[in-house]
Ligand binder design. Sequence first.
Ligand code: NAI
Ligand code: MG
Length: 493
Amino acid sequence: MPAKKSTRPAARELLFGDLWEYDPAPESAPAFIEPRYGLFINGKFVAPKTRKYFDSISPRNEEKLSEIALAGAADVDAAYQAAATAFVSWSKLPGTERAKYLFRIARLLQDRAREFAVAETLDGGKPITESRDFDVPMAAAHFFYHAGWADKLNYVTPGRTLAPLGVVGQIIPWNFPLLMLAWKLAPALATGNTVVLKPAETTSITALKFASILQDAGLPPGVVNIVTGAGETGAAVVNHPLAAKIAFTGSTEVGKSIQRALAGTGKRLTLELGGKAANIVFEDAPLDQAVEGIINGIFFNQGHVCCAGSRLLVQESIAEEVLSKLKVRLKSLRTGDPLDKNTDVGAINSQAQLDRIRELVACGVAEGADLYQPACKLPEKGFYFPPTLFSNVAMSHRIARDEIFGPVLSILTFRTPEEAVEKANNTRYGLSAGVWTDKGSRILKMSTELKAGVVWANSFNKFDPASPFGGYKESGFGREGGKQGLLDYANLI
Ligand code: NAI
Ligand code: MG
C-alpha cells in the first residue's frame, strides 16, 4: 500500500506508525441468528406469557439482529418449576452419566465454534479474533474441565462428598456472554444442580443459540432453562422461592441489592462484581513485555473486563519511558469493525456503556489528568471509543477510583514497593492485580500483600478453568473455576 505522507517514514514509524492501511478482512461465516427467540423452558422454546419482545441490536452498526422474549414473573416461575421437576432425576444420575452430557456439550460447541464466535461478535461488539480465540474455546474448556469432575466429586475434599443444592438461579453480564454462561452452567451441572439462567439484555443471542446445543446433546428437559429480559426479570430470578442459590456476575450496585434481598432467606449466594485492578510495573521489569501486558490488560474486550488492569502503577524512575512506549503502541491499535480480523479494539457494548465511559473520561479531564488518544477514524454507525491513556492521575481522581469498564487506562506512579502496595490496595475493589519485575522474591512478597483474588506475575488476563477466580471486598465473594468453584455449588456431606 502507498504511504500517505510524501516524506520518508522513520523505521520506527514503519513498524508502529499509522502509515500502513490494511485491507478489510471481515469474517464471513454465517452466525445463524433467528429473527425471534422465545424463552427456553423445559427443553423447548416457548412464547413469553407477557407476549412482549425486545430488540437486540448490534453495537457494531446499530442494526437489529433479533427479537428477544421478555420474561415476566410467571415465565420465571415456569422455568423454576421445570428446573425443580428435572432436579429429581438429574441429581440422582451417576456422575459418569452427567459427565457424558457435559462432554457432549463441549464437543458440540467446538463443532460450531466459528458460528458462535461470529454471533458473539455481532451481538456484543468484541473483536472476532477474541471471540474466536478466547471466548468460545474457553467456554468449551470449562465444559470439558467440569465433565472431568462430575464423577469425581468424592475426591474434591477427602472423606467427604458433594451433594447438589437444588435449583440455582444464575444472572450473567454482557462482557463475556457465552463464557460467563459456561462459568456458571458447567460447575452447577457437574455437581447435579438444575438451573434457571438469565443472560444480559444486550447479549442474549449466544445463550439462546446455546439452547440448541443442549437440545442436540439430549440434555433432559428442565435441567437448564433460559429466561431473557433486563433487571426486572433478574429480580424475579433472585426472589423466586425455589432458588437454592443465586450466582451473579455484574455491577457492584446490583450485587449489593441482591445481597440485601437474600439476607435471612437461607439461600446461598456468590457475587462476582466490579474491579479496579492495579497493574504494577517495577523498574527492573522487562519493559517491552510489560507494555504488551499493560495493553492487553486494559484494551482486551474494549476494557469491558471486571479484572482489567485499569490502574497502571509504574515506578517513577521509568514512568516517562513506559508512557512514551505506550503511546507508540497505542498508535498501532486498530479500533473499528469487530468483525474485521485486523481489529484490536471493537465496539462498545451499548449506548448506555458508551455514555458512561464518556462521562468518566470527561471527569478525568475536568479533574486535571493528561489525556492521550491516538488519531483514529471511528466508524460512523455503531458505538465506538478510541483507546485512551490518562497520565498525571492522582489517587483522589474519579478515574483512579471508579470502574470505567472501557478502553481507558489511568496511570499513576510510585517510588517504593511499600507505596505500590498501599496504592494498589487503596480501593474498594479486590479482584485482580498484576506485578512486573525481574525478581521472583518480590513477586511472592507482592502476591501475599496485594488484596486481590488473582495476582498475575509478568503476565495479565491469563485464565484456566482449573484456576479459581473471584474477589475480595466490593468485588464480591465466592470462587468460579477449580475445586473451590465446585464447592460453591454443593453441600459437603
Ligand atoms: P448490571 O449489574 O445492571 O447487569 C448485569 C446483569 O444483572 C444483567 O443480566 C442485568 O440484566 C442484571 N440485572 C440488572 N438489574 C438487576 C436486578 N435488580 N436484579 C437482578 N439482576 C439484575 O450492570 P450494567 O448496568 O449493565 O453495567 C453497569 C456497570 O457495572 C458497568 O459499567 C461495569 O462497571 C459494571 N459491570 C461489571 C461486570 C463484571 O463483570 N463484574 C459486568 C457488567 C457490568
Ligand atoms: Mg444495569
